[in-house]
Design a binder for this molecule. Structure first.
Ligand SMILES: O=c1ccn([C@@H]2O[C@H](COP(=O)(O)O)[C@@H](O)[C@H]2O)c(=O)[nH]1
Length: 236
């Protein structure tokens, strides 16, 4: 299936580069985007991202930067130099950090990557929020962090699709909602808690669906991706 703005971002979380390439080499760039996270970037570095770019794929570099403003700004600019499509920071780094990240992309003009901010990890629930001293419920915390991200000039946030309808109505149609924790009905949740099916995520207003293990650990990953693409084909 060819798609000019593919909704699915496949999370390439593999121990071996060859395993990832085995999947990627069977894909057409229009079928999905690819996410490189902490595991593969730590093992295979920027060269791995460049390799995917050279094959025509748009890459979401999911390193969730969280540090002092100067360090994050420089890391975000380094990601832009690498030519990624999207890069992210943790919104809990605060407004000064997010504003510095936005500013660091000014010189890239229209070539800059999308900049998104992680709100509350999809593996967390209220109980875990309380254990780190956050006493409001998940929706309130996500809403607060997403609004802050929007006000700092970020292009969107990473959240669960459970919060997508709420954020879509408060933050408008252009703000990107990037949603991991996607699980087709029969898939294992694993360590994810705030899960949503691909169909419901798009109906709720998600912009992009981040999907890892339901595709990468499937017996036939290409078939699994194509079945998901087919299931969401007619959903706006
Ligand atoms: O809140 C978040 C932020 C990032 N992720 C990342 O997305 C993928 C999800 O993989 P699955 O195998 O589909 O669970 C993974 O790379 C996470 O690091 C997230 O899950 N939740």
């Amino acid at each position: 299936m060819s798609n000019v703005d593919p909704k699915v971002i496949v999370a390439l979380d593999f121990e071996k580069e060859a395993e990832a390439m085995n999947l990627v080499s069977g894909l057409a760039a229009g079928e999905c985007r690819l996410k490189v996270g902490k595991e593969m970037f730590t093992r295979f570095g920027p060269q791995f991202v460049t390799r995917l770019n050279n094959m025509g794929f748009e890459v979401f570099l999911d390193l969730k930067f969280h540090d002092i403003p100067n360090t994050v700004a420089r890391a975000v600019a380094a990601a832009a130099d690498l030519g990624v499509w999207m890069v992210n920071v943790h919104t809990s780094g605060g407004p000064k950090m997010m504003e510095a990240a936005v500013k660091s992309l000014e010189s890239f003009g229209s070539d800059r990557p999308l900049l998104t901010g992680v709100t509350v990890l999809t593996s967390m629930d209220e109980e875990q929020l309380r254990s780190i001293g956050i006493t409001v419920d998940v929706n309130q915390q996500v809403s607060r962090l997403a609004t802050l991200a929007r006000d700092c000039g970020l292009d969107g946030v990473v959240c669960s699709a459970r919060e997508a309808a709420m954020l879509r109505s408060s933050l408008g149609s252009e703000f990107k909602l990037v949603t991991p924790g996607i699980r087709p009905k029969t898939a294992d949740a694993g360590d994810q808690i705030r899960i949503v099916t691909p169909e419901d995520a798009l109906k709720n207003g998600s912009s992009y669906l981040v999907i890892g293990r339901p595709i990468t650990r499937a017996e036939n990953p290409l078939e699994a991706l194509r079945a998901i693409n087919e299931s969401i084909r007619n959903i706006d």
